[in-house]
Design a protein around this ligand. Sequence first.
Ligand code: PHB
Ligand code: FE
Length: 334
Amino acid sequence: MSALTLDLVHGSEADPITGYRAFSLGQFSLRRDEYFATIEWPAKGRRHIHEIPVDYFLRALMRDVAWGFFYGWVNFDNIFGTRNLYGTVEMYAGRYNEGYHGAGLSYVETFEEPEIMATFKAILEDWVNEGFDPFAAPSETSSSVFGVKKGSNLKAIERTRLVTQRMPGIPGDSPLREEASGYSINRQFHDVSQDEPEVIAEPGFEGQLHAFSLFKYLSRSDVTWNPSVTSVCRQSLACPTTEEGMLPIFHGNDRVEWFIQLSDHIVWDVQDKETGRPRATITMRAGDVAAMPADIRHQGYSPKRSMLFVWENATPGLPQLYESGKLPPYPIDF
Ligand code: PHB
Ligand code: FE
């Protein structure tokens, strides 16, 4: 880390017993032990304490960092999370939990994006042990996440999201993507055809027409629950991803998101964004399409590795249009 970002991080020395550092951000404090991340915040004249199993916490933290706080809300669980205000980031505890908020136990503080980002990266660096990959499916990584401090896994936590410059396979495409094409086929996708489409261009159009197999591409993804931008058409972002186990966050939408289930199935738990009250449970099977409304939070469960196409609308100003009610929270009236 540069000296500048280090200045933004408030961390203690390593704990003499567990080896982990503790951190603070404003009035929040965060520490870990062998099994839990503990978050404290001021409420009703005391420090309120909240525990999150450390594997859950680190998987959520990894997404928040890799996605630059994503769109809207990243709920680590039903108490703690971040809200992206694009430039600043809100950190909250209990604010979007009806019980906590109603009882006056919630707390919110807003940080400049570089400060919260530097702190989150420092936590990942210190709290992720050797052998644990917070992006991997739980059954594909080790349980070294638990216990006292043992090394680190910088390679896993510094993995950059693949963002193609052009369609995968076209000259000028991201060099990272080229590297990824060398990945092996995931154990659960051995039945996925590895054939690439044959492209026959009319004379004069050679080199301008291209196609690639998205299924082959996704069958080699080494991460789970990490949509990567695979094509950009103006503000329309195609973000396919491979999913296995549980989406490690409850994402609170600040815009409508579209899902196309490409293979297998995912069960979505859908709740009210503000209160966490249950709204729906949806099973999406291969071929199903859903528009996730702008006023919900959702968490997905994929019992077997599956392929999901996430379609995001990056139009500037969208969150304000939904927040003000100028746009309804769903895309169409039937
Ligand atoms: C979402 O919150 O919409 C989301 C996040 C990560 C995924 C898929 C969907 O992999
Ligand atoms: Fe979402």
